[in-house]
Design a binder for this molecule. Structure first.
Ligand code: HEM
Length: 450
């Protein structure tokens, strides 16, 4: 039966729901989950449909995905940075772009990246000193930027671009959140200090990426990395992309692949520092599997607790806390009619904390993901990597990277909190932990299983 969509609670004059969303987005989204499956939000006069159930989300992302496309305030904001790259482009361009990018993320290719990922983790931690406080968010950010730059852009200029990126991206992502919450372009063209910082950071990053592209255009073909594939274009049509298109794809991979993994690792260390029982089980698995030797790609299937832990951290703090779409064909979702042109928002953060699906949802419990405890409802509600045609391309890459980094760092370092208080999630463009230093303690891995 068709149902009328009701207005979400918490609307303020003029700004609508943007006020509550800007002040406490996570609390606001969780509160909405307890109401109807679909509600209307007004963001500065713009109407958005917020999807509040996993079933409705799966209809948008999978069952009726042809009626939706990338769009809405979240994607419009992202386009400011990544242009028409694979994360933001419409369905028609996506059909061309995804097959070009996909081979770089095949299992066989990722297996080859695992060693580079371990070397990056060793290099990034080589300057750590016992007893020192560590800004774990910033360190994981540098590590993730290094990994993406080394695996996807193997030329020397890739490393310089990674440095610029690590510097510029946080500024850019903060600016994107403002653009998403206040979807009025003129506000972001005002000469405010924040807008000027955003423009300067974008120019720095653009210049660095153009430098890498020029280097690749001049070199002989034959590199096996993603950038070489993008530049080579589509073999079937013989079409070679322009510099601007290549730039958008590189930006897309940077935007999609750096802060997501960095946030996952930073959250994992913050939570491990506050859950000694979980930390002991992680050590037991890593020491038992590796003993005194470094981790390899072949070890990964045996690190099952580590995988459950990372999955549970993604459930609690999905970096992509909000997904957005636009309706391209009028449709009905769980009985609610969505008109053409409407914006649609889905919050993995809110859905992954539904107590009816995940009992005691705020608790870190990696064993929820044991095969014998995993329910179909949990599977359906876990949207940290999205779903459907636009599901994350870097899922296997990201899980490999974070497992390798976690195993490498845990073998040598134990990170302790300076305060035991809960770490506050900060919703920027992605969801990251509030800055809270951890103190470094050296540890010696125990002997492995014979
Ligand atoms: C490990 C943590 C990661 C998480 C939680 C994550 C999450 C996501 C999500 C939710 C989407 C879908 C967005 C939507 O439907 O609007 C997505 C798309 C994407 N991700 Fe990831 N991601 C991660 C890591 C990575 C990495 C490491 C890379 C690349 C190096 C990557 C590359 C991509 C790309 C290219 C897309 C666009 C796919 C398409 O539209 O066809 N991701 N990611």
């Amino acid at each position: 039966m068709r149902q009328a969509v009701s207005l979400a609670r918490g609307e303020l004059p003029l700004v609508g729901h943007a006020g509550r969303l800007a002040v406490d987005p996570l609390g606001f989204l969780e509160q909405q989950r307890t109401t109807d499956e679909v509600v209307v939000l007004r963001l500065m006069g713009r109407k958005c449909f917020l999807v509040n159930s996993a079933e409705a989300a799966m209809q948008v992302l999978v069952a009726r995905q042809d009626c939706f496309d990338k769009g809405g305030p979240f994607m419009e904001a992202a386009r400011e940075l990544v242009g028409n790259g694979v994360i933001t482009c419409g369905a028609e361009d996506h059909q061309v772009q995804r097959p070009v990018m996909k081979p770089a993320f095949y299992r066989s290719r990722v297996a080859g990246y695992a060693e580079v990922m371990r070397e990056c983790a060793e290099e990034a931690t080589s300057s750590w000193t016992a007893g020192r406080p560590l800004d774990v968010g910033a360190e994981m950010y540098r590590l993730a930027a290094l990994v993406v730059a080394r695996t996807l852009v193997s030329a020397p200029a890739g490393k310089q671009a990674a440095e610029v990126m690590a510097d510029a991206l946080p500024q850019l992502l903060r600016g994107l959140l403002r653009r998403m919450l206040i979807p009025a372009a003129w506000v972001h063209r005002l000469p405010t200090p924040a807008n000027r910082r955003f423009d300067a950071a974008r120019l720095r990053l653009d210049t660095a990426i153009r430098g890498v592209i020029t280097q690749y255009r001049l070199q002989e073909p034959g590199r096996q990395d993603l950038l070489s594939q993008i530049i080579a274009g589509d073999d079937d049509s013989g079409r070679r992309p322009e510099d601007a298109e290549v730039r958008d794809q590189v930006m897309s991979v940077l935007a999609a692949g750096v802060e997501t993994s960095a946030s996952l690792l930073a959250w994992t260390f913050q939570l491990l520092a506050r859950h000694p029982d979980v930390r002991s089980r992680l050590w037991e698995e890593i020491d038992g599997t590796l003993g005194q030797r470094p981790v390899t790609f072949e070890d990964l299937p045996r690190l099952s607790f580590t995988k459950r832990l990372l999955t549970e951290v993604l459930r609690l703090y999905p970096p992509t806390w909000l997904l957005s779409r636009i309706v391209v064909e009028p449709t009905e979702i769980c009985g609610y009619r969505l008109p053409k042109g409407a914006d649609v928002l889905i919050s993995p953060y809110a859905l992954q904390r539904d107590p009816n699906v995940f009992p005691d949802p705020g608790r870190l419990d990696p064993d929820r993901w044991l095969p014998e405890r995993l329910t179909p409802a949990q599977r359906q509600s876990f949207l940290a990597f999205g779903a459907g045609r636009r599901r994350c391309m870097g899922e296997f890459y990201g899980m490999t990277e974070t497992t390798v980094a976690l195993a490498t760092i845990t073998r040598t370092w134990d990170l302790h909190p300076t305060r035991l208080s809960r770490v506050r999630p900060v919703p920027r463009f992605l969801l990251v932990p509030a800055e809270q230093p951890l103190v470094l303690h050296q540890r010696t891995p125990q002997r492995g299983r014979p």
